[in-house]
Write a protein that binds this ligand. Structure first.
Ligand code: TYD
Length: 209
């Protein structure tokens, strides 16, 4: 059995990765390629803790000030969630021959946590993460992304402020400034069908489907 391909979709909040992952899955299904869509934070136990922390529902005890969890703690939670996600979902699916389409992966930690705390340390705690076959970077203007978030979300995450998204967008652009062949930048300011066409072009060129 040939192993499946591992495709990751990255970008700031509101870049459209979730929509494009669903469309990519449809494209693959029409060509007889089985795929699973997954995401980080994952739906596993640590991923669930992360979502609650990002929504402000898990905080430090009152005696410790009741504030948000330290940024290093959050970075370690993302790294721990990634171990679970790889072992429990990504690797078994790839072994079974299915493609894995992951809505965010290790580069989200580099871009988000790496702009808030020491990037080298963030990379170290994530060094077991296998490299995807293809990373699609959805590069969108912060104000366009914020407009999408505001119209579609009831409650915003702690990362969804303009100031932070500007920094994260810069850190993604720096991360992918000299992209190797397995990283493809999509101009995500375009209409959604054009974004899709560009994504599919890259998938066909690099992975042949
Ligand atoms: P997101 O994909 O926006 O989930 P949802 O659509 O359910 O809100 O992910 C939640 C947030 O987590 C998002 O702001 C990006 C952030 N994040 C990190 O900071 N580091 C990481 O390693 C990952 C995977 C996500």
């Amino acid at each position: 059995m040939e192993k499946g391909k591992f495709v990751v979709l990255e970008g700031i909040d509101g870049a459209g990765t979730t929509t494009q992952a669903a469309r990519l899955q449809r494209h693959l299904a029409e060509r007889g390629v089985k795929s699973v869509i997954t995401r980080e934070p994952s739906d596993g136990p640590v991923g669930t803790v992360i979502r609650n922390a990002l929504r402000g529902r898990i905080r430090l005890p009152e005696a410790a000030g009741g504030g948000e969890l330290p940024k290093e703690t959050i970075a370690l939670l993302f790294a721990a969630d990634r171990i679970d996600h790889l072992a429990g979902e990504i690797l078994p699916a790839l072994e079974s021959g299915a493609w894995v389409l992951s809505d965010r992966y290790v580069d989200s930690s580099a871009a988000y946590q790496g702009t808030l705390i020491d990037l080298e340390w963030v990379r170290q705690i994530n060094r077991y993460a296998i490299r995807p076959d293809l990373t699609l970077f959805f590069d969108v203007d912060v104000d366009a992304a914020l407009a999408r978030i505001t119209s579609s979300r009831v409650q915003k995450d702690i990362f969804e402020t303009r100031e932070l998204l500007v920094r994260v967008a810069d850190s993604y652009r720096k991360l992918y400034s000299n992209p190797p062949p397995d990283v493809f930048r999509v101009d995500a300011n375009q209409p959604v069908d054009r974004v899709y066409d560009d994504m599919i072009g890259a998938v066909k060129r690099l992975l042949g489907v």
